[in-house]
Design a protein around this ligand. Sequence first.
Ligand SMILES: NC(=O)c1ccc[n+]([C@@H]2O[C@H](COP(=O)([O-])OP(=O)(O)OC[C@H]3O[C@@H](n4cnc5c(N)ncnc54)[C@H](O)[C@@H]3O)[C@@H](O)[C@H]2O)c1
Length: 283
Amino acid sequence: MGRLDGQVAVITGGASGIGAATAELFIAEGASVVIGDMQVEVGEETAGRLGEHCAFLECNVTKEEQVAALVAEATKRFGRFDCIFNNAGFGGAMGPVESISSEDWDITFDVLLKGVFYGMKYAAPVLKAQGSGSIISTASIAGLGGGVGAHLYNVAKAAVVQLTTTVANELAEQNVRVNCICPGFIATPLYAGKPLGTAGRESAERTLVKARAATVDAQPMHRMGEALDIAKAALFLASGDSEWITGHALVVDGGFRAGKPWRKQAKWLTEPHPIRLYRPDGR
Ligand SMILES: NC(=O)c1ccc[n+]([C@@H]2O[C@H](COP(=O)([O-])OP(=O)(O)OC[C@H]3O[C@@H](n4cnc5c(N)ncnc54)[C@H](O)[C@@H]3O)[C@@H](O)[C@H]2O)c1
């Protein structure tokens, strides 16, 4: 028996990376999935690979009517709707603050924040009416503090965490859970800086091989994150195992936010020492 038997989920950004891995895991656990993505060729390929319990719909999450259509497609295609994973994203505007244009600002927030808002907006009425369901969004550890990610990316992801909290409060009245996931460094085309596209696949894979080696020591756990690590967190938040969890930002980062890896800390901290008592007389 699967943990999502008979359930139907919508996943944005489901063509590649975290979204595609989540679609695969959800289906393996008994769900049907509608994936929405801007990349049509890759999205159709992913849906084809995942079989009859997966459907693809072209969707740009910055377009309200396309997100509405994506949510409607779940019920139309598979007869019900239980979960949305607002996961589509990109790196957004990069560089020094003075180099960022108003257009860069708009498109970054349109994709990373408005896209999530639209997903919540169209999922909420259906889930509220049925009195159950789970809304999950992909935020980031970049949304929890500085030092990782670009200016606007960090702010947009922080806003996703806040939107999760406020919407969770509202929807708890109808037994609908709203949570987000804050991934650390995950080996996906986004991290490689190369949107998948069928042409870019080999080059993205080569970059990720190097990234995995380079980031082994970036977090306490001895490896970079993989899309499946986040998919497993999404499965938990979609399933009944998280039935009393809402308004939560689940950090999945191999311990990155726990600080500098123990193996790289100064010896005075990591080696056993006899306790030194403080003696006011200096003896
Ligand atoms: N990879 C990481 O290290 C990392 C870390 C923290 C958070 N994230 C977040 O994870 C999410 C998934 O990214 P990923 O790492 O799997 O990268 P990815 O590039 O493999 O997947 C992102 C998907 O989103 C789609 N997309 C982008 N803009 C879109 C739009 N406007 N409308 C619809 N689809 C759109 C892309 O086509 C792509 O298929 C993103 O929100 C990203 O910000 C990634």
